[in-house]
Each structure stands twice: as C-alpha cells, then as structure tokens.
Design a protein around this ligand. Structure first.
Ligand code: ADP
Ligand code: ZN
Length: 804
C-alpha cells in the first residue's frame, strides 16, 4: 500500500494546527517515522519548508494520490520527538493557544533547531562491508540535500539497526567531542622484540614499549603522555612503527565544574518519613497523584525529593526534577549529583549549546536516569518516569512568557498522567492556586511543619524606615541592621543582604528641573549602570553615556537616585571598610560559571557579606549565615498587580529561611516603609497558613484567581491607533459571544505602554465557567494570523502570572 505522511509544516504567518498530507516517495516507504523532521514543497510556489511527520497512514482507494505533493527530503535519521512529546505538543497547542509547530520546536534542544551542519557517523556495530559501501574511505558523511532517496533509504535502515548516527556541528560547539585513545597494536612478544632492537639512548621509546607490553587496555593519549613523560611525537613515531593504534573516542562534555562529595540517605524524621512513603507508594502503585509538599524553609524537603527519586530508580524507573532557573545553584545540583552521581543530567541555560546537546543525547539514549533542570527541562525525553518533582512550585519563572505560554507545573502534571506516576510540588510558600487545590483535595497535602532537628525559625524583626529617616540621615542601612552586621563581623559569622529590585531601578535626575532620562524607544526611564558608566534600557537594550548636563534645562546638577546593588555596595564599603563583600546581581553573574564561583567563594568564607538581588533569596544553604537583612521590602508590594502581596510574602519568607540553618540561631531584619502590611507581618511570623486564609479572602472579594480564571490578551503595533482599535474590536467580539458573567478589564495601555517603539494594549478576561471562550480565542488567534502581515501582533496568555 502507498503510504501518506501527515505533516505539521513550519510556515510563519500561515500556521495552522491541521497537518497537510504528503506522499512518501517509494524508496522511503516504511522508513519514515512520526517525530522525524522532513522538508516538503509548500504553497503555490512550492517553497521548500520544514515540517514534522505527525502521523503515517496507508492510502485508501479514495485517496486522490495525484493531488498530493511528495516529501522532498528527510532531516533526521531517528525521530527527534517521541510519541509522548507529540501528544504533549497537541495538548499544549490546545491549552496555550499556540501553534503545534511552535510547541514542537520548543521541545527541541537549540542545536537541533537552527541550520547546523549534520554528519552521519558510523557506530562500532557497522560491518566493514557496509562501512565501505556507505562511507568509502571517509570517516563521516555530510548529510545534506544531495543525498538521493536511495541513499536516504539505506541510511534510515542502518540507523534503525543502530549502526550509524547523526551528529551536529555548530561552529564546532555541538560536534560530538572526542579524545584520542592509544592502545597496543601488536602482541607483547612483538613489542618486546621491538624493544630489544632499540638504541640504548631511546629511553622514552623503551618506557613506552614497557608500558604497552604490560597494558592492553586503551588509555587517553594525554594521560599516557603525562604518566610516562613522553611527547606526542614519540607516540606518532610509535604509530608509524605499528606499535600502537590511535583512535578517536566520543566523550561527553562535562557541564559540572566541580567534583561532588558522595552522600548517603539521611535518617528521616517522622514528617519526612510520612511524605516519602506517600510518594513512594504512589510510584509503586503507578498512581498519577499530585502531592503538594508544604514545608517551612529548612524542613528537609530536598531530602524527601532525593529519597523519592532513589526509590524510583530502585524500581527501574526514571525521575525528573525541576528547579527554578535562578536557584539552579550548584548547591541543589550538587546535592542531587552527590546522591546519584553520573546518572544525573542537568539542563539549564547556563550550559553551552554543545553541553546541552550532550546532556539531551544522554537522556534520549536512556543513559541519564535523573534529570535536573529549569523550566524547559520539563520536555526532557525521559522514558518510564516514576516521579516528577517541581521544587519551589510557586516560582514565576516556571511560566514561559513567550509562545507557547506554558506553565511547567501543568506540563509536569500532564506527564505524570501519561506515565502514571506521582508529581510532587514543593514549596515553603505554595502558590495560592496549588494550596487551594490541596484544600479541595484535588492535590494531596503533605506537611513538614518543623525545621530539621527542631531548630528555631529565625527571629525576624521589622524595621520601620519612616522612623529611621526621621532620626538619621538618608541611608540604606538602619542603625539596628548595621549593628547586627557589625556583630557578625566580630564573631566571624556571615550575613546575607538582599536588595529587592523588582519594578525598581536606579536612575539619574536633574535636581534643577526634575528631568529623568527616558529611553528613546520605550516609555520607561533608563537605568544607571555604574560598572559600564552608562544608562541602559532594560526593555530594548538601548545604551547611552551618563549625561553631564541636563538634556532638558542644561543645568549641571545631575543626581543619582535609587538603590542599585552597586550603590549599596559602595555605601557598605564606606560604613564597614573592613568587611569583605561579594556582590551578586545580573552584572556580576553574566559570565558563564560566575554564579557558581561567587557562591563557592562565599561558602569558603572568602567574604563576610553576600549582597545581592532576588537571586540570593532561594535555595542557598550556608551554615555560617546567621544574619539576613532585607534592605527594602516594599518595592514589590507597590506594584499594581493582584499577586503583589503573594510575591512579597514569598520573597521575604524565602530569604528569611536562609538564616540560621545549622546549629547557630538566625536573625532577620526586614526594612520597610509599610511595617503594618499583612504580607510583611505574616512573613515575620513565617505563617503561611494564616497568609493563605487572609489572601484568599481578598482574592475572593476581588474576583481574582484562584476563584476566577483569567486570560490576558495583548495587542502591539508600531502604530498606536492600530493596537488600540484591534483591542476594542476584540472586546466587542468577546462581549457578543461570551456570557454576561464574564468580566472584561480593559483595554488599557500596557504597564510599559511602549517597548522598542511598539505600542501595547491589553485586556484581561476573568471568568468562572465559559464554554464558548476557547472557540472565541481560537477565532481571535486565526484572525491575528491574517493581520500579522500588517505588523499587528496579538498574544494570548492563559493563567497569566500578572495582570500588568
Ligand atoms: P528545605 O529544602 O526544606 O529548605 P533542606 O532539604 O535544605 O530543607 O534541609 C535543610 C538541612 O537539613 C540540610 O542541610 C539537610 O542536609 C538537613 N537535613 C534534611 N533532612 C535531614 C534529616 N532527616 N536528618 C538530618 N539532617 C537533615
Ligand atoms: Zn528601551
């Protein structure tokens, strides 16, 4: 029977979730598999476009074969998307209002997405005759358009027998990395004869032969050179003499910069025991349950994860652990590796393209059985999952703010159903959504109410900065906090100081006329960067020198405002000249490995104070930190967003939890201008449950999530009027189709109304039960496709992280 492929094509502006039918060329019949990428002719001009084979069907008697176009060529030897991820892509497209092709592309590692050179390489199993037939005298074969379908047929068949594979070359980065191995090429007797024939002075060659006589296992050339103190030229001569053979052996790049210390499972306390046994019995019974592990900071959640993973591995299954990007500290990764060693693969944006590709292949080949990674690691092609863990499940970074706008937590739950395995959402401060679901018993709540060994939670004091201002000169440090830091310095203990930078920036202002330098492309003021001595726009990247005279009034009284980390660091140096300070913010951690290096320095006591932004709030576990100071608790509180209190509470609780984790008690100071705000008061008591009750009441009153669902729509265009008009007509359209119970907020200009010269308008739809909404949004999406050629862009964000 003739086979037909259903193909999801990649054509921007003409996207659709419906696959197109293509004829599979005769030579490739029964060779293609769903999940492979191919190229096909598309449209009237038969433009060559990429596509994914979505399904393969036999043609029936009614199929009009003459009407079908034929697949051009094949891009992969094996499927790059497996069956599970294909159906996940389908679900994602339906639930995030994205196109299936976008979802499929999102799941691939970067190296597979762009146009890289591809090489077919033989595997050891390939027979000599076949190798000769396919590769001739070459070691590898360039995979490009010139391959005939006959050649493709042979290659696909060899690939299925695991005789060949494809490697990718991106400016040398993602090429399969190799090391040169050296091995004896003759019998010990023959080598001994060769040694007997050497000149007396040829001592290096003699020692090499001695080595070869007594070792027949391959050794890395570099190691051999070091061990025998011989040069590469000696080895080259040895090869020419036929004594040794040198071969290239594939190695994986090692993304881990430091060695780990092997750890053993700890003896669990009663609460941990209860949690672990609930999770393991779900794993063992193949029960796709969602657990919410609510445990105060330092209650030993990580140990629960590790033992749940260990049980999974014992049962021959694999595990996936998600952690927020920012807390992908070597600390967390180190703890997982310390327990599971080489079985662990790590996926996050700090890895090079090549490193990530290697990790992805280890996972794809089933060599890595535990994956730790940030948001996109939720698509790791692990088979046979036994448990999925989402650490710090409340973190906003789990939501992707670009298409497909998915939440990793939702994807994790979807996969847990696919694999019939439990998923564990862990947090000291769960999102209200998750906690509310646990309340309704949709999730099973597991509690760790105490710190390990019943250490006290740190003692938290709130410092009213309005009072401080009245009595002292303007400073980032209250006298209480300053004296607490001094005490730590004297005792040789460490302090963590956090500057809450969300929605806040340093800027320059003219003291004479009040002029603030704006970005020419965006409706926002430029941020001061002292390291580069420039002003930068955090939205579009525009950069310009710091003005000496006011561009507005020509005055000379330019003043620096705001509290950047650099400015705080300078003040701290002035106040405490002897203190050794490490600053951690986007500027000091931009370079690869910098984050890890700074934390290691702090852990090694090379500094007394770690000063940083939100990135130091989470996951750190330093036993000698006995003081945490929050310099400005309120900046996230003032945001016009329904989650402002929740975010503030979470942040303060998290950062407070960094103090006093070992035997020494911890102390926390929170500086604020809103000392009576409930989010701050309850964070002081680390009382999540009370916060939940209070915040739920407010959400209920305001018709906010989790009582209502929300969808945010954003229109943007270079022409402000076009963006606004599009929104107004969308509102009209929605009102005509949806029920009277739906609440529509807007349209309003975006929180930053203009970014990179594009104008933003948005609206928020709040609803409880709205069966017609899905169809209405897909209709809007379809219309937006057509308008996008004129420059208008519409984004649909279901369950947005904020309304701003
Ligand atoms: P969390 O993730 O809840 O903040 P951690 O897992 O980091 O807490 O645990 C805090 C500290 O307690 C860690 O240093 C950890 O090694 C230790 N710990 C956890 N469980 C136990 C246990 N059962 N016995 C002894 N120490 C433990
Ligand atoms: Zn800008």
């Amino acid at each position: 029977m003739t086979q037909i492929a259903l193909v999801i094509v990649d054509v921007p502006t003409m996207q659709t979730n419906t696959p197109y039918s293509y004829l599979i060329p005769t030579t490739l019949q029964h060779q293609l598999q769903p999940g492979m990428r191919i190229t096909v002719p598309f449209g009237r001009g038969d433009r060559r476009v990429q596509g994914f084979v979505w399904a393969i069907q036999e043609a029936t008697a009614d199929t009009q074969l003459d009407d079908l176009k034929t697949i051009d060529s094949v891009m992969d030897l094996t499927p790059v998307i497996n069956a599970e991820l294909m159906s996940l892509a389908d679900w994602l497209a339906q639930t995030t209002y994205a196109f299936t092709i976008t979802c499929l592309q999102t799941m691939l590692p970067n190296v597979l997405k762009a146009k890289y050179e591809k090489w077919v390489t033989p595997l050891p199993t390939l027979s000599t005759e076949k190798r000769q037939a396919v590769f001739g005298n070459q070691t590898r074969l360039l995979w490009d358009d010139h391959l005939s379908t006959e050649q493709l047929h042979d290659l696909l068949q060899l690939s299925r027998q695991h005789d060949i594979e494809i490697s990718y070359a991106v400016k040398n980065q993602a090429r399969v990395k190799t090391v040169t191995m050296v091995q004896a090429n003759e019998t010990p007797e023959a080598l001994a004869t060769a040694k007997a024939g050497l000149r007396k002075t040829a001592t290096k060659q003699a020692s090499l032969l001695d080595y070869l006589i007594s070792h027949d296992a391959p050794i890395k050339q570099r190691d051999l050179e070091q061990q025998l103190n011989v040069s590469a030229s000696i080895l080259k001569t040895a090869e020419q003499n036929g004594w040794v053979k040198r071969t290239a052996q594939e190695v994986y790049r090692d993304p881990f910069q430091s060695a780990v210390i092997k750890t053993k499972p700890l003896t669990l306390n009663a609460d941990q025991e209860r949690a672990v046994s609930a999770i393991t019995s779900a794993t063992n019974q193949q029960d796709a349950k969602t657990f919410l592990l609510e445990g105060v900071t330092g209650s030993g959640k990580t140990e629960v994860y590790l033992q749940a993973i260990a049980n999974t591995l014992e049962h021959g299954k694999n595990a996936l652990m998600l952690v927020p990007e920012i807390s992908l500290t070597p600390q967390i990764v180190g703890r997982v590796r310390g327990r599971f060693g080489k079985q662990v693969a790590v996926l996050h944006s700090g890895l090079s393209v090549g490193e990530r590709f290697d990790e992805w292949r280890r996972i794809n080949r089933g060599e890595a059985r535990v994956v730790v990674g940030a948001r996109s690691a939720v698509f790791a092609p692990l088979n046979n999952l036994g448990v999925i863990i989402v650490d710090e499940e409340h973190e906003a970074s789990y939501k992707q703010d670009d298409n497909p706008r998915y939440h990793a937590r939702d994807v994790a739950i979807w996969r847990s159903h696919y694999h019939s395995c439990p998923v564990v959402l862990g947090s000291a401060t769960p999102s209200l959504e998750s906690r509310a679901r646990a309340q309704k018993q949709v999730y099973q709540l597991l509690n760790l109410p105490h710190r390990v060994n019943h250490q006290q939670l740190p003692d938290v004091s709130i410092i009213d900065m309005t009072e401080e201002l009245r009595h002292h000169k303007e400073s980032n440090f209250s006298s209480e906090l300053l004296s607490a830091i001094t005490t730590r310095l004297n005792r040789g203990e460490q302090s963590l100081l956090m500057l809450n930078r969300r929605g806040y920036s340093s800027f320059v202002m003219c003291r004479d006329c009040g002029f603030v330098v704006p970005c020419p492309n965006c409706d926002i003021s430029l941020t001061l960067h002292m390291d580069t001595k420039t002003m930068k726009c955090h939205y579009c990247g525009h950069e310009e020198p710091i003005p000496r005279v006011c561009p507005n009034c020509r005055g000379h009284h330019i003043r620096y405002y705001g509290t950047g980390t650099q400015k705080v660091e300078a003040e701290l140096h002035e106040l405490l000249p002897d203190a050794r300070i490490i600053r951690m913010d986007v500027d000091t951690t931009r370079r690869k490995g910098a984050h890890e290096r700074l934390l290691k320095q702090f852990g090694d006591h090379q500094a007394d104070i770690l000063l940083g932004t939100q990135m130091i709030a989470k996951g750190l576990d330093f036993p000698d930190v006995t003081l945490v100071g929050v310099l400005n608790a309120d900046t996230s509180l003032g945001l016009p967003d329904f989650r402002a209190s929740e975010r503030t509470f979470q942040l303060l609780t998290q950062v407070s939890g960094r103090a006093g984790r070992a035997d020494k008690p911890g102390q926390v100071f929170i500086q604020t201008y809103n000392p009576d705000h409930y989010a701050i008061q309850l964070a002081k008591r680390q009382d999540y449950e009370q916060f939940f009750v209070k915040e739920m009441r407010l959400r209920h009153r305001g018709n906010y999530p989790p009582y209502f669902y929300a969808v945010k729509l954003t229109a943007s265009d270079l022409d402000e009027r076009k963006a606004a008009t599009a929104m107004i007509s969308i509102v009209r359209q929605l009102k005509a189709t949806l029920s009277a119970n739906v609440i529509i907020l807007g349209p309003t200009p975006g929180a930053v109304a203009r970014i990179n010269n594009r104008y933003y308008y948005q609206l928020v739809i709040k609803y409880k039960h709205e069966p017609a909404l899905n169809q209405a949004l897909f209709t809007i999406l379809g219309q937006a496709q057509k308008q996008s050629r004129g420059g208008l862009q519409i984004a649909i964000d279901r369950n947005p992280m904020s309304f701003m």
